[in-house]
Design a protein around this ligand. Structure first.
Ligand code: SF4
Length: 318
């Protein structure tokens, strides 16, 4: 089977008065059809920016984005238009990503009108109602406005709109982090059901590793614009290698207070400046295993076992 998405050495820098500000640095990975890839990292590490760069909402500075065997890195807005149907995004905050002046049915049908998905208005509206059923939104909400609905229902509108063009790949940008715990589980279950039903490939951006523990196939951990570890979900949870990944796993709340106390690991130290990163490992200022070479040389991103990549001198120097 061929990968649906191949990302090779993607870099992104912003120009500012003080020079180049790196946002993404040499990101590479593959996503197979029907696969669930979680991108995990702290706020500001570039995970949402990566999602938007892959969708070409932001132009990468270097590297290649191959979608379904085609290099889309340099495609302009007009040439990207047909691919917009296949590559969609679900945003973190459903309230700010939908137009408060449009009713539920108008929002869900919006993209279908833009892309002329069906020849008549009636067919588009019928499809919008089908999508409401598919995402579990009762038909009585068709004429409701976003402010009349709770966060979970608003997010269902965002999901229905993303599905309206029958995509194959969806970037889910922290889609549950603004929701209550009970609603989070409902939305995650819905996304999983839709993935099975429609053979969707997800790139799921989150800062919370516990959210994706049971639902992801692969996990990529990012820190300050770089990928520091990549492995299958089982491998990452059983055998994390990077000190930051270990700290993330230790921070997952345990129902048993005693085991939580044993495993908890506070990350101390100073976060490196993302604007002007120091030479060496970007996690060095917070790593309890930091060695002299960590301050001088950037660790290489190495495959330590089949499918398990890590960037750390401690692991790669063994
Ligand atoms: Fe820690 Fe060094 Fe590994 Fe960075 S390269 S995570 S500083 S041990």
């Amino acid at each position: 089977m061929k990968p649906l998405l191949e990302i090779t050495d993607v870099c992104l820098s912003y120009h500012s008065l003080s020079g180049e500000t790196p946002a993404l640095s040499h990101i590479s990975f593959q996503l197979m059809p029907g696969e669930f890839l979680a991108i995990v990292g702290p706020s500001g590490c570039g995970k949402s920016t990566l999602g938007r760069t892959i969708l070409k909402l932001i132009e990468p500075t270097a590297g290649h984005i191959i979608y379904d065997g085609k290099d889309i890195t340099s495609l302009n807005i007009r040439k990207m238009r047909p691919l917009r149907r296949e590559m969609q995004i679900i945003f973190q905050d459903p309230y700010s990503s939908i137009d408060p002046r449009k009713s539920v049915i108008e929002t869900i049908s919006e993209y279908m009108f833009i892309h002329k998905s069906y020849p008549t208005r009636r067919e588009i509206m019928n499809r919008a109602v089908e999508l409401m059923d598919m995402v579990g939104l009762a038909r009585r909400y068709a004429d409701a406005y976003p402010h009349e609905l709770d966060g979970g229902r608003r997010q269902r509108i965002g999901i229905a709109r993303a599905l309206s063009l029958q995509p194959r790949f969806i970037v889910c940008d922290e889609p549950v982090s603004a929701l209550d715990m009970s609603i989070q589980a409902q939305i995650l279950n819905l996304l999983m059901d839709l993935q099975d039903e429609l053979n969707l490939s997800y790139m799921f951006v989150t800062h919370d590793l516990s959210v994706v523990k049971h639902i992801s196939d692969q996990i990529m951990v990012m820190y300050l614009g770089t990928c520091i570890e990549f492995a299958s979900s089982d491998e990452l949870f059983q055998k994390p290698l990077h000190p930051y990944t270990k700290a993330l796993l230790a921070a997952i709340p345990e129902p048993d207070l005693e085991s939580r106390k044993k495993g908890f690991q506070l990350i101390r130290g100073e976060v490196s400046s993302p604007i002007d990163p120091k030479p060496g490992c970007r996690f060095a200022g917070r790593c309890e295993h930091c060695m002299a070479q960590c301050l001088e040389k950037t660790p290489e991103y190495v495959e330590t076992e089949p499918g398990h990549f890590v960037a750390c001198h401690l692991v790669n120097g063994r």
